[in-house]
Structures are given as C-alpha cells and as structure tokens.
Design a protein around this ligand. Structure first.
Ligand SMILES: O=C(O)CCC(=O)C(=O)O
Length: 454
C-alpha cells in the first residue's frame, strides 16, 4: 500500500491530536475526582474512536488492491401514509435506523386543512407573540450574542420573510433585503408559543414517544414540537441531536434540502471534539461541499489535460514509431488513476454514506438518532419538529443523559432519573398493524402531551 495522500494524512493527524488532548483532559478530570470525569472520559473515547476509524479508512483508501471508492449517494424512500401502518413505521424504519419521508399528511398538519401552507393558523394564533429571530445563520453558533438576534413579533418576522418568497431570486440576490437570512429556529411551541398548540397536529407516528410517557416531568417534557420559520437560503449547521435523539419534522410551507449521514460515518465528516462535548462540531456543510465541487472540477480539468496529453503522446508515439523511437513512458503516465483523489481539506467526506432529500410542503421526515444532518432552506419555510425516544434509542439516550447529569448537575440528573423509569413491556405496547385514514394519523397536542395518544 502507498502512503496515504497528504490530505488524508493531515486529517488523521488532526483527529489523533484532538483525541490525545481529550485523553489528557479526561485523565486530569479523573485525577481531580471531578463529578464530570465520566463525561470527559466518554468524550475522549469518542474522539479516539473517530481518529481510529479515519486512520483505518485512510489505510484502505491507500491500498489500491482493495479498490475502495466512495459509496454512491443513497435515496430516502417516500412512503404514502395510506401504505404505512404505525407498527410498520416503527419496525421497518425507526428500529432499523432508516430515514423515510412520509407523504399524504399535508392537509392534516394544521387546523386549516389544505390551506395550512397559507399560514392563517400561524398569523391568527401567533402574530402578536414575541420571538427571538437570529440573523445571518447565527443560530449555528455555540454562543449567541444579542447583536445576532432580533426580538420581534412573530407576525413582523413573517411580514419580513414572506416577500422574499420569490422563486426567481437567486442566492446571489440575497443580502440586501430586510429580513434576509433571518431564522426563527427551533422555538419550543409549548414553552414559548403555547397559543399555537391548538392549531397544529402531531403525526401519530411519533405519539408513542417515551419522553411523553414518564411518571415525572423532566427537562424535555414540554420541549417539542418546536417551530421553524426561515428566510430563503438560511441553513442549519451539520450536527448530531442531543443524546442521539430520533428526530421528526413536518413541513407546512416551502422546501428544505436535507443532507443526512449514517451515524457510523460521523468520523468521516471532519468532526471536531476539541470543544469537549459528547457531540462533535462539524465544518459547515456548504463549505465542505464547495471544497469538493472545486476539487472535482480541478480533477476533471486535469484529466482532460491528461487526455489531450495522452492523445498527443499517442500521436507523437505513432509518428516516432515511424521514426523509430519509443514514447511508451509518456503515454502510460497520462492514464488517469482509477483511485479516487479526495480534496485536501475534508478528504473523507465522500466516503460517508449520504442521503440528500428535498423535503417539500406536507411531507414529514424521520431522521434516526445519532445521524449527523444539515439543512438548507431553499425558500421561505415553515415547519415544526421534535426529538423522540422509543425502544430504538432509549438505552443510548440514557447513557448520554447520565453523562450529561454528571457534567451539568441536578436538572439533568433528575431528567435522567425520570426517563430511566420508563420501561414498557413489549407485549403491552399497542402496535397498530392496520393502515389508518390520513386524518387518523395526526393527533392534537393535548393527546400527544403525556403520551395519551401513544
Ligand atoms: O430545519 C433546520 O434548520 C434543522 C432542524 C434540525 O436539524 C434540528 O432541529 O435538529
């Protein structure tokens, strides 16, 4: 095997240096008998795991005999709700960590039926409520500053972003209008906009959420659904949801371009554990994609150059053959390598199993827990969403919640305890096998809260 390509080597060295640093921090925390020591130990374990996984992949890529090449992009299936029983969804998609888009629920997501995308329900019940809206994608920053946020009425936010809903405006046209790149991001409806609760419906596919079925309330009892109202060309960061929670999103208006990656391939997304949290930071999706697009263009241009060089070589070879001298070497050197040549900065990205999907109005997406994901709002979008727990991810979530308790103290410890009490005998779980009518496949918040509909 050849030595790994320079970009691969650098990335493995970076991951390994971060893992070294996390191990030093974990050792210091253990030596001080700090309550957070198990948390830091787990961060170090994950950082080392990412470094080892990248190192193994670099070795395989560099061994031509293995013929390792990037996997093809994967599709996310769209399944109409009339074909998808609650039991089948849970068994076939949630329990196998398979993302899916559920269609056919659009007219049932709000009290306004087929007119839900016109947002009458949002204006009637929410226009005068104050919300904190971020500017210029600032919601992706770990720490938000006041200067990045406008506090205004939700109705005023709508008045600013809705005029931007013009399909003819290209991303380059954005940046000059009032409300450009503003985002009401992940705003808890029960906690911050309770007047909207009666107007929305939660897809019944998530009504079995164990977070709603605890004996005691906890930090996440009233977190979801949360509301998103985005100006065109705003983005979310590439991230993994807290405690590897499963996620769902219902689109009411507009289209979001989602990029999802298999949980096991997070090490290939240039993760950064240096901030010392269980979930790493990642570079912005757009930056990584642009770097790869540029590198592919250069490779293509080079290959074209090589091809013409090869043609010239063959031509001159036949000429020189006639003249009696061999140019074999030049012709051979011009054959492009069949091996993938990654871009230097994010060299493993193409090796991560990736699912991209444009989620349109009326569609509902399921994202498995632990899957890194990023979003680009293609136009003005309005959606609501939530994290959820069930038998597919409860144990992993509890592991993380316990560690969060060690780091952040009593509120998280209490939440861990409340959720740890959840145990449902699989025999007692209602697994509805028959397909239901679309209107039966949504529930009012009052039936979602406390797990009544589950
Ligand atoms: O719609 C978005 O911008 C991203 C939502 C998301 O990824 C999340 O809440 O975890």
């Amino acid at each position: 095997a050849a030595a790994p390509h320079g970009g691969l080597r650098l990335e493995v060295a970076r991951l390994s240096a971060v893992a070294d640093a996390r191990e030093v921090a974990a050792t210091a925390s253990a030596a001080a008998a700090a309550a957070a020591a198990p948390y830091h130990a787990e961060v170090a374990r994950r950082a080392r795991g990412a470094s080892d996984a990248a190192s193994r992949l670099a070795a395989s890529i560099s061994d031509p005999s293995l013929g390792v090449s990037p996997p093809p992009p994967e599709c996310i299936r769209r399944v109409h709700c009339s074909q998808l029983s609650l039991a089948r969804f849970r068994r076939e998609f949630v329990c196998t960590a398979t993302p899916v888009v559920i269609t056919g629920l659009g007219p049932h997501l709000t009290e306004d039926g087929v007119a839900g995308h016109e947002l009458g329900w949002l204006k009637r019940h929410g226009a005068t409520k104050k919300v904190a809206v971020t500017r210029d994608n600032a919601h992706v920053n770990a720490e938000l500053a006041c200067k990045d946020t406008d506090v205004l009425n939700l109705g005023d936010h709508l008045d600013r972003v809705l005029p931007l809903d013009q399909p003819n405006l290209s991303p380059a046209d954005f940046g000059t209008h009032d409300g450009d790149r503003t985002y009401l991001y992940d705003c808890s409806i029960p906690l911050k906009l309770p007047s909207l609760l009666g107007a929305i419906r939660v897809p019944r596919y998530f009504a079995h959420d164990f977070l709603q079925r605890t004996m005691h309330t906890h930090a996440f009892t009233a977190s979801w659904p949360s509301l998103f109202v985005a100006a065109p060309h705003t983005c979310s960061s590439l991230h993994i949801d807290q405690w590897r929670g499963n996620f769902w999103m219902a689109m009411v208006k507009g289209t979001k371009r989602w990029s999802l990656f298999h949980a096991d391939d997070a090490p290939y997304l240039s993760p950064d554990y240096s901030r010392g949290t269980l979930d790493p930071a990642f570079p912005p999706m757009q930056v990584m994609d642009d770097a790869h697009a540029q590198s592919s263009e250069m490779a293509a241009a080079e290959a074209e150059g090589n091809n013409s060089a090869s043609e010239m070589a063959v031509e001159s070879e036949s000429r020189s053959e006639a003249g009696g001298t061999s140019r074999q070497g030049a012709a051979t050197a011009a054959v492009p390598s069949p091996l993938y040549r990654p871009c230097n900065e994010y060299p493993f990205l193409p090796f991560a199993r990736r699912h991209d999907v444009d989620l349109g109005p009326g569609e509902v997406l399921f994202v498995p827990g632990g899957w890194p994901h990023a979003v680009h709002n293609l136009d003005v979008t309005v959606s609501f969403a939530g994290n959820f727990l069930d038998e597919s991810n409860l144990d992993r979530a509890l592991d993380d919640l316990k560690l969060l308790g060690a780091k952040y103290g009593s509120q998280m410890v209490d939440s861990f305890t409340a959720i740890d009490e959840v145990w449902f005998d699989p025999e007692d779980e209602v697994m509805v096998e028959e397909t239901l009518e679309p209107e039966q496949l949504v529930v009012k918040y009052e039936d979602y809260y406390g797990g009544k509909a589950g």
